[in-house]
Design a protein around this ligand. Structure first.
Ligand SMILES: Cc1cc2nc3c(=O)[nH]c(=O)nc-3n(C[C@H](O)[C@H](O)[C@H](O)COP(=O)(O)OP(=O)(O)OC[C@H]3O[C@@H](n4cnc5c(N)ncnc54)[C@H](O)[C@@H]3O)c2cc1C
Length: 390
């Protein structure tokens, strides 16, 4: 049975394009790739921020970096500074443009405006059904948004949603401090659950303000706008501005595992494969590391013979699950815990932990920065969600 292409990637988003770029850059000759996505354009639909702890191919799309960030709670402020591991800002339109330029090659086919409806496999090939055709290939990498059961299979599992609305604004007045990212400002109404404001200042007159929640339910659509308006007025005295861009996001912060190996020839990547770090929702760097590792397996000819790379170590998974379990049980304590982490650890330790690249010593330092007895108790209480194989 002839194959239409060697590899099909479902989704031309962050994970799909990052993997395609790694195939293109690492393999010689690169494989024939078909990328399928129902969207027909590549707008600025999100901004990615992350610390510079791991190399990635999109460095020249980074538009801004900062070496200082702060966390605010109960009127106190902790500021961390690190000029090596700077905080990076990469708007999605720059990323898409960069990735598409690298992928502008005869071995790559984009099928835009086409929706994958089903994926099947046999011993020797995989088959993707779309709303327009059926295609056969050797491997499928699937980054379509995950379809999860309405409730977790294990009722003990925690499902918190990180949901946020962001507005990128330009003002007449010089009100922002462009030298420091306000990572989490918890000095806002906590009555809906864990909530903070995020301020990414590009200049004295331009910033992204984001109202973020870690709760099981979303808010009414308009509620985010009301909160952003109130914050802009209270903190910066702003009542009007020019809106440059807005974004809305929902990132799963779940203790349950995601489907990585969907079949022998079908692999989950990106959010579908469990890329977002469960305790923070950061996914950009895990996606880059994963793409690099998957392409390396192909480079070594080990596809199908070796396990697909794990997105994080068992130790990271354990820490994330205990942490999520704790903040789900005690949401009122979450602001204090985050504040304490930033206050009691060095930026290097904390950033490696947040980016899943920490050593055992880093993780121990993180654990000692947390309140000892509550953490021990939570580890015992949550054993059913971390004491398992995946
Ligand atoms: C607004 C926003 C801001 C974020 N900010 C950050 C951040 O600052 N730092 C960070 O680390 N992470 C961030 N994240 C989390 C994470 O990095 C992103 O969600 C990232 O885009 C996930 O990549 P992905 O490829 O899994 O999903 P996406 O990038 O969403 O790509 C999925 C693709 O699948 C396509 N698709 C859907 N249905 C089908 C179908 N049936 N067939 C084929 N294709 C289909 C979609 O059109 C889409 O292009 C953010 C997320 C959002 C939503």
């Amino acid at each position: 049975m002839p194959l239409d292409t060697e590899i099909i990637i479902l989704g031309a988003g962050c994970a799909g394009l990052s993997l395609a770029v790694q195939f293109q850059q690492q393999l010689d000759p690169p494989p024939t790739l078909t990328i399928i996505d129902p969207k027909t354009s590549f707008p600025r639909d999100r901004t990615w921020c992350f610390w510079d702890v791991h190399p990635h191919p999109f460095r020249h799309s980074v538009r801004h970096t900062w070496d200082r960030w702060s966390v605010h709670q109960s009127g106190e402020v902790v500021v961390q500074k690190d000029s090596q591991m700077r905080y990076q800002y990469l708007p999605s339109d720059a990323f898409y443009e960069d990735a598409r330029a690298i992928l502008d090659h005869p071995n790559v086919t984009f099928l835009m405006g086409e929706t994958a409806t089903d994926v099947k496999e046999t011993e020797t090939y995989a088959e993707v059904h779309t709303d327009k055709q059926t295609l056969r290939c050797k491997w499928v990498f699937d980054s379509r948004p995950p379809d999860l059961p309405a409730t977790p299979n294990n009722p003990k599992d925690i499902r918190i949603l990180q949901h946020f609305k962001g507005i990128h604004i330009k003002t007449q007045q010089e009100v922002f401090d462009p030298t420091c990212v306000r990572l989490m400002d918890f000095d806002v109404d906590q009555s809906h659950g864990i909530h903070f404001l995020y301020v990414l200042p590009f200049s004295k007159t331009e910033a992204l303000l984001e109202a973020t929640f870690f709760t099981p339910q979303l808010l009414e659509k308009d509620a985010y706008d009301v909160i952003l308006k109130q914050y802009a007025e209270k903190e910066f005295g702003l009542t009007q501005w020019e809106l440059i861009h807005e974004e809305f996001g929902i990132i799963p912060m779940f203790t349950e595992p995601f489907s990585r190996e969907i079949g022998k020839r079908i692999v989950g990547i990106g959010t579908r494969g469990g890329a977002p770090k469960p305790s923070t929702g950061y996914a950009f760097l895990p996606i880059q590391q994963d793409a690099e590792q998957i392409a390396k397996i192909f480079k070594e000819g080990a596809q199908g013979k070796r396990d697909w790379p794990a997105l994080r170590t068992k130790r990271n998974t354990f820490l994330d699950r205990v942490f999520l379990s704790y903040i789900a049980r005690h949401p009122d304590k979450a602001p204090g815990i985050f504040f304490r982490l930033f206050k009691k650890t060095t930026p290097q330790t904390l950033l490696r932990f947040l980016s899943d690249t920490g050593t055992l010593a880093d993780d121990l330092r993180i654990m000692t920065a947390m309140p000892k007895w509550p953490l021990i108790l939570e580890t015992l209480l949550s054993h059913q969600i971390w004491w398992r194989h995946s």
